[in-house]
Write a protein that binds this ligand. Structure first.
Ligand code: HEM
Ligand code: HEM
Length: 207
């Protein structure tokens, strides 16, 4: 039996907060979250695929350029997500959510923000220390370095390591989200979805 925190008030269902509401992330954050998630998954897929392609081929060059451009575009959305999160608190958890899960969510979300920044900066540095440089759909961006195979190798190793840590965190995060959806059914998954039309029109006390 999970320990609830704090103790539920009589008459308040377990998928709500203490005041009986079922708060969600604002719709702009929901949209940002799913754009960032799609961008990050596409970056992991293109990154893993492109590094195994034969060198000096058009396909490798095209995928490297796509990866860098997508990385820069995703960075813009990541900055927007961080800007929102640095000024606002996330919606309160349902009362049925045990303390260890609250801590786990807080730690893993903080780790997400850290890894999002580290993976982007390490990727940018990797391409900054190559003669090709960072590019956004063909437009050259500021080089933070020079052509240096040794430094590039170190940054590429860090970029790969951070990307793998990120992939593991995503797997745990997605598994936790699906557990909330299928096993706990406590509305935590729905916090990251927009409200349906019927939910928007129902009185707040029925949500
Ligand atoms: C792939 C990259 C992903 C990233 C970078 C990411 C990032 C995040 C972050 C940072 C938060 C916390 C927001 C905050 O309160 O500050 C969050 C919440 C959430 N994410 Fe993701 N996410 C990803 C993928 C997914 C996937 C695949 C799912 C579902 C299968 C998912 C479902 C959720 C849900 C339901 C929440 C709300 C949890 C809560 O209310 O505490 N996310 N995500
Ligand atoms: C969320 C952001 C990003 C993710 C998840 C990501 C993921 C990856 C992955 C998985 C690889 C393959 C690593 C390997 O197996 O060796 C890779 C390689 C690479 N990424 Fe990213 N990346 C991101 C952003 C960026 C950005 C912003 C840039 C540059 C502007 C960039 C430039 C590169 C380069 C140049 C490589 C090839 C490294 C090598 O030569 O081994 N990445 N990335």
């Amino acid at each position: 039996m999970p320990t609830t925190f704090p103790a539920p008030r009589a008459g308040v269902s377990s998928d709500t907060t203490l005041d009986g509401s079922n708060p969600r992330y604002p719709v702009t954050i929901v949209i940002l979250h799913w754009i960032v998630a799609a961008g990050v998954l596409a970056l992991i897929a293109t990154g893993l695929y492109m590094v195994d392609l034969p060198k000096n081929t058009g396909q490798r060059a095209a995928l490297f350029n796509l990866h860098k451009s997508l990385g820069i575009v995703t960075a813009g959305f990541i900055i927007a997500l961080i800007a929102w999160r640095s000024r606002r608190r996330p919606p309160e958890f349902p009362i049925a959510m045990p303390q260890w899960e609250r801590r786990g969510a807080a730690v893993s979300h903080a780790l997400f923000y850290l890894l999002m920044v580290l993976v982007t900066v390490s990727g940018y540095l990797t391409s900054s220390f190559s003669k090709y440089g960072p590019k956004l759909f063909g437009v050259e961006l500021p080089h933070w370095g020079w052509d240096d195979a040794v430094l590039r190798g170190h940054f590429a190793d860090s970029h790969r390591l951070i990307a793998w840590a990120f992939a593991v965190l995503i797997a745990v995060h997605a598994a936790a989200a699906v557990k909330h959806l299928i096993v706990d059914r406590d509305g935590v998954f729905q916090r990251m979805l927009p409200r349906s039309r019927s939910e928007r029109t129902a009185p707040a006390s029925d949500r």
